[in-house]
Design a protein around this ligand. Sequence first.
Ligand SMILES: Cc1cc2nc3c(=O)[nH]c(=O)nc-3n(C[C@H](O)[C@H](O)[C@H](O)COP(=O)(O)OP(=O)(O)OC[C@H]3O[C@@H](n4cnc5c(N)ncnc54)[C@H](O)[C@@H]3O)c2cc1C
Length: 467
Amino acid sequence: MKIMINTIKDILEPEIEIFVSKLRGKIVVPSATDYNNSRKVYNGMIDKHPGMIVMCVDVADVMASVNFGRENNLLVAIRGGGHNGGGLGVCDDGLVIDLSGIKFIRVDTSDDTVRIGGGNLWGEVDHATHPFGLAIPAGIISTTGVGGLTLGGGVGHLSRKYGLTIDNLLEADMVLADGSFVTVSAKQNSDLFWAIRGGGGNFGIVTSFKFQAHKVKTVFGGPTLWPIEKTEEIMKWYQDFINNAPDELNGFFATLIIPGAPFPEHLHNKQFCGIVWCYTGDMAKAKEAFEPILAINPLFEHIGEMPYPSVQTLFDGLFPPGLQWYWRADFFNELGPEVRAKHLEFGSTIPTPLSQMHLYPISGAASRVAKDATPWAYRDARYAGVIVGVDPDPANADKITKWCKEYWEALHPYSAGGAYVNFMMDEGEDRVKATYGDNYERLVTIKSKYDPNNLFRVNQNIKPMLK
Ligand SMILES: Cc1cc2nc3c(=O)[nH]c(=O)nc-3n(C[C@H](O)[C@H](O)[C@H](O)COP(=O)(O)OP(=O)(O)OC[C@H]3O[C@@H](n4cnc5c(N)ncnc54)[C@H](O)[C@@H]3O)c2cc1C
């Protein structure tokens, strides 16, 4: 069945008025003075013009918006933190359901669980949980949305110790495509609970998440850097080291340029390979844990004890909203000699100071979850790799895109096949299938049950079965 897509212009004014009367939040339309600001997402390369943005403030607003979008055959995008590389939190012409007004965080100290609104950002969560000595595994930039990051998986500094973000999700409240409201958990609507732990925003809009938090207050970590010429040697060492390291020690590998302050001047604008560490074990033993790392003689290190929110915000200043971003990603099992040589080659030709490559370890607790326990199929891959071309100047968009694509193309033949969905741009159905692997068919079945007309399609889309 071919579904007709309308635009907001096809909807009569009285119908829009009825919709608005059901909202506590406001709508933003193209004629509004705050329209241009409201349609922006984190990636400055994305320039989409929705027909209407609904700034939801509660679940009732989300239900009304879903019903309005469905009844009028609109293209519907859901925006959590707006960080998605491919700009999947916004769309042209259609309806953006913005969740940034749905924010609340409640820490329950009786069982160390945390209830969070569908529009919260991770920095807000860290701020709220830190005074209780608690943390939830998340990503490495604090302005990222809880919604998109969680629904795609969630890789970060605590992955080796406490697993992916989805491994710590206990429950979620959702508004489904038919406008109904459900709570999902291992005990209620367990098919949906399975699907949202990696399947993205395909199944409905999450208005609240409940997570298990962990006792993490102070960590020991920071970056260690080596000259780019040492990439092959350091990557080989890293591979052996991280795969045998205790779960308490996480470290992601990077090729990068040091753009400027706060790093010392002699490092500025030079290429490096480096590792960003985060140790969550006994602080009295932290220095001992870092002895083998410092024995590899980094050219520069800035490691030490810090509050957990500090490691979570280390790179926020480098990456403000509005930069141009081009993303490419893959999972890897091995960092063999050919792979290491490619990293040296492309790491030496990083085109702009903010462009980088990261390899996040998928080991420790993150790898001990069965491949079919959640949609996140690559539990046995050792690394989630991502290459980002980044620059403030739109004139450099082609340059960063070309480097990123060429780097990716050189490495892809050595990859495990798919990529972490949250590190992908809009790359088409085959890439989505490759990413979910053997879990794809189960996702299609659940999608067909809860969203048979694919209302939620502005995402890494899992297409429902044709009716
Ligand atoms: C600078 C930067 C650093 C990053 N670092 C990491 C990292 O360390 N680890 C990691 O795992 N990822 C990381 N990411 C990737 C990040 O996980 C994705 O960009 C993610 O999509 C962002 O979620 P969001 O809510 O901010 O995005 P949005 O653009 O708002 O949404 C992304 C997708 O999720 C859907 N969505 C969002 N919220 C909801 C909701 N409540 N209910 C239903 N669907 C929803 C949207 O419809 C869209 O399809 C990073 C991204 C950036 C830009």
